[in-house]
Design a protein around this ligand. Structure first.
Ligand SMILES: *[C@@H]1O[C@H](CO)[C@@H](O)[C@H](O)[C@H]1NC(C)=O
Ligand SMILES: *[C@@H]1O[C@H](CO)[C@@H](O)[C@H](O)[C@H]1NC(C)=O
Ligand SMILES: *[C@@H]1O[C@H](CO)[C@@H](O)[C@H](O)[C@H]1NC(C)=O
Ligand SMILES: *[C@@H]1O[C@H](CO)[C@@H](O)[C@H](O)[C@H]1NC(C)=O
Ligand SMILES: *[C@@H]1O[C@H](CO)[C@@H](O)[C@H](O)[C@H]1NC(C)=O
Length: 224
């Protein structure tokens, strides 16, 4: 799981809640990967106690929770699955550049063959992957409230953006719509890898009302 300041909580912890339950039955390892080992603020960019960015326009600039990484971009490698969350922090191109550079390295230079088995983005996390310039020609989706912004990001002109989808699968690339959609996608991925019974076990433990891949009520709401 890739981390950067001001990621969105559910983008990370919805999927991880499902994977935590999956890991009861399957031997899995997890890395929470960031630029350095410092605690990372959620939904606000706060580094060493100093707030950055558009916090002044927020009624509560220091309303946050912190997460501790387990790995840095320097010592994290060889993953089967990479997940990239979104959030307000994706709009800070400077703060997210280390994540983009690391993703670019993980994807390699030999096309999809050289990728990890699954590269998954939640919400505006797709914008970070687009900036690697390595998902050109791929079908992908992203947060519907931020759809038109993501389409302006570097590399985005080469992506086939799918406006109506809870999540999109194109080869090794799995991309989801906004926030809660990442959890639906993760349940879909558990079904893909371990079968329907296992995804249902997890979903029922979470008491989660999952939407299907094609079921996207938010595309209409956002006029896409
Ligand atoms: C899980 O896999 C790791 C190696 O990836 C191994 O060291 C460990 O013993 C395994 N744990 C169980 C409970 O099988
Ligand atoms: C982006 O984050 C950096 C820290 O990496 C900070 O110095 C800068 O002020 C932030 N910019 C905006 C517009 O938030
Ligand atoms: C990665 O490196 C940091 C120091 O840069 C260290 O604190 C951390 O424990 C390392 N993580 C692993 C899993 O080796
Ligand atoms: C990509 O999306 C197009 C529709 O825009 C569809 O026809 C095509 O089958 C999709 N490709 C993959 C690999 O899913
Ligand atoms: C899935 O669950 C059903 C009902 O509990 C059971 O009959 C079936 O054998 C299970 N399938 C697999 C592949 O485990």
């Amino acid at each position: 799981m890739v981390l950067f300041p001001a990621f969105t909580a559910i983008d990370v912890f919805g999927p991880l809640n499902a994977l935590n339950l999956l890991s009861i039955q399957h031997n899995m390892t997890l890395a929470m990967v960031s630029h350095d080992m410092k605690p990372i603020s959620i939904d606000r960019t706060i580094i060493d106690g100093v707030g950055y960015g558009n916090l002044a326009s927020s009624a509560s600039p220091f309303f946050t929770e912190y997460v501790l990484p387990s790995h840095t971009f320097d010592n994290a490698t060889d993953f089967d699955v990479i997940m990239v969350p979104g959030g307000g922090g994706t709009r800070n191109l400077t703060a997210t550049q280390p994540a983009v550079d690391w993703l670019s390295t993980q994807l390699g230079d030999s096309g999809e063959e050289g990728w990890p088995s699954y590269v998954m983005t939640i919400c505006t996390g797709t914008a970070l992957l687009s900036r690697t310039l390595k998902i050109g020609g791929k079908n992908a989706t992203t947060n519907k409230a931020a759809f038109n912004w993501v389409k302006t990001q570097q590399g985005a002109q080469d992506v086939n953006w799918i406006p109506r989808a809870r999540w999109v699968v194109d080869g090794k690339l799995w991309t989801s719509s906004g926030v809660s959609a990442g959890t639906d996608m993760t349940l879909g991925w558990i079904e893909h890898v371990h079968g329907r019974n296992e995804s249902e076990r997890v979903r029922l433990l979470m008491e989660w009302n999952a939407l299907d891949q094609e079921d996207d009520p938010f595309a209409d709401y956002y006029d896409l």
